[in-house]
Design a protein around this ligand. Structure first.
Ligand code: GDP
Ligand code: IMO
Ligand code: MG
Length: 428
């Protein structure tokens, strides 16, 4: 296995996965690392994802298209494990890219990716409405119902758009959905819309697994772009307040048959604090003035759904659990600039249930909801750090904050974000 020291010079196979509850700056990190990539590949999630990229082309909110698209030489793959939202892809993202003069000629869509259909989005909304007290707070992008239908073996896939019996299959499925969910969706309208989408994406629909295998044999650089984050994983997150895909390294296998141990650089990304959008427990949730400051300074409003993200102090118990489970060997920490100005900053170093010490149990929201955080309080810093580009030029207390995280989690922080744009970072 090949491994270089600085992430800036990474080579081989790398992935970026969230080790929190999402929105940690995966888009901006992928945009950075993609400079060295021959392939950038999305492996999970759908248009629930909102990856922000700010670079010399402009500012973009990507949902389905990989954030590596701005390296115009890289092949950008959408894996079969992605819930393929063609409305987002064609009517939103391609429009964003076109107006900025960014080409998507290197885009490739796995022919077996399951398509998000209009009824999936409607069902997502109905389900949420009827959930009563324990709402998940989904993005209503139809991701859960699309995966559910895939598992039920009823999903329409990209390749099906081009089969002779597509119309019949669409009719059959639409009749079923209209009947079961009391909908009145029009066959004619859906057929027209998806005929339009199918024409736009036709040049890009292909088999993507062979592209990964060939690139690996040729020792090309492959970068996998995770969506969401580990504590939203369907199996290992805070169920039921999770998304419907595998957000950690397992998701890469499910899209590309590439085994986790074949990945040289597993890059776990978090903000310098955490946020959670939607329902579910977050033991380190911040209330009061600090909450308002972080929301305001960090712009903590959802890229996809426009909802306020709840801020929390950095939970080292959770980070360590995600790092260990995914064999993360590099950490990236963004938005440390947002913490500038606090007198003190807290991190979670343990949990208690009543007077007893507790650990983290994966996959169980009701257990996590009982955990009371044990905090360590660290001194803050007051100097503006947004123009710092070397670790040694950070204020001592900012250095100390990062080192405290590294010591607890037992891996190095190799990338530090001090601002949202390309270039506003420190490679350590
Ligand atoms: P993703 O879903 O993980 O790609 O993250 P989002 O794009 O949803 O949210 C991250 C937000 O933080 C975006 O608005 C980014 O532009 C912004 N951002 C990323 N890194 C930094 C950073 O280091 N500092 C600041 N201030 N903002 C950042
Ligand atoms: P990125 O890739 C943050 C959350 C939703 C909700 C739960 C389930 O931008 O980090 P879903 O629509 O997936 O069924 O919603 O998961 N969620 C995210 N939170 N960032 C995301 O993606 C998210 N994608 C889904 O808010 O709580
Ligand atoms: Mg996001």
């Amino acid at each position: 296995m090949k491994k270089t020291d600085s992430l800036k010079n990474w080579e081989g196979i790398a992935c970026v996965i969230g080790i929190d509850w999402g929105d940690s700056g995966k888009g901006r990190l992928i945009d950075n690392l993609a400079a060295r990539a021959n392939i950038v590949a999305r492996f999970n999630g759908g248009s629930n994802t909102g990856h922000t990229v700010k670079n010399n082309y402009g500012k973009f909110a990507l949902h389905i298209i990989p954030s590596g698209i701005f390296n115009q030489k890289a092949i950008c793959l959408i894996g079969r494990g992605v819930a393929l939202d063609l409305e987002s892809l064609v009517d939103d993202e391609m429009v964003q890219l076109k107006s900025a003069g960014v080409s998507w000629k290197n885009l490739r869509i796995d022919q077996q990716a399951t398509i998000v259909m209009p009824w999936h989005k409607i069902r997502d909304g109905i389900r949420e409405e009827l959930r009563g007290g324990a709402k998940i707070g989904t993005t209503k992008r139809g991701v859960g119902p699309t995966y559910a239908d895939r598992i039920e073996r009823q999903g329409l896939r990209a390749k099906d758009l081009y089969e002779a019996d597509f119309k019949d299959r669409l009719k059959e499925e639409l009749d079923f959905q209209n009947k079961i969910f009391s909908l009145k969706l029009s066959f004619k309208e859906i057929l027209e819309t998806f005929t339009r989408y199918s024409k736009v994406i036709k040049p890009y629909v292909t088999q993507t697994i062979p592209l990964i295998k060939e690139a690996k044999s040729a020792r090309k650089n492959i970068l996998f772009e995770g969506a969401q984050a580990y504590f939203l994983d369907i199996d290992f997150g805070t169920y039921p307040f999770v998304t419907s895909s595998n957000t950690g390294v397992l998701g890469i296998w499910r899209s590309f048959e590439l085994y986790p141990t074949e990945i040289n650089h597993v890059i776990g990304i978090t903000k310098a604090y955490m946020t959670r959008v939607g329902s579910g427990p977050m033991p380190s949730k911040i209330e009061g003035e600090a909450r308002e400051i972080i929301i305001e300074k960090g712009g903590e409003i959802g890229t996809t759904s426009g909802r306020i993200r709840d801020p929390g102090w950095l939970d080292l118990v959770l980070l360590k659990a995600a790092v260990e489970a995914n064999k993360v060997n590099h950490m990236a920490m963004t938005k440390i600039d947002v913490l500038t100005g606090f007198k003190t900053i807290k991190v979670v170093t343990g949990y208690k249930i009543g007077s007893k010490e507790a650990g983290y149990i994966s996959g169980d929201a009701s257990y996590l909801a009982k955990c009371q955080p044990v905090y360590q309080t660290l001194p803050g810093w007051q100097q503006d750090i947004s123009s710092v580009r070397n670790f040694k030029d950070l204020p001592k207390n900012a250095q100390n904050y990062i080192k405290t995280v590294e010591n607890f989690v037992s891996i190095k922080v190799d990338f530090i974000g001090v601002g949202p744009a390309r270039g506003e970072e420190i490679y350590v």
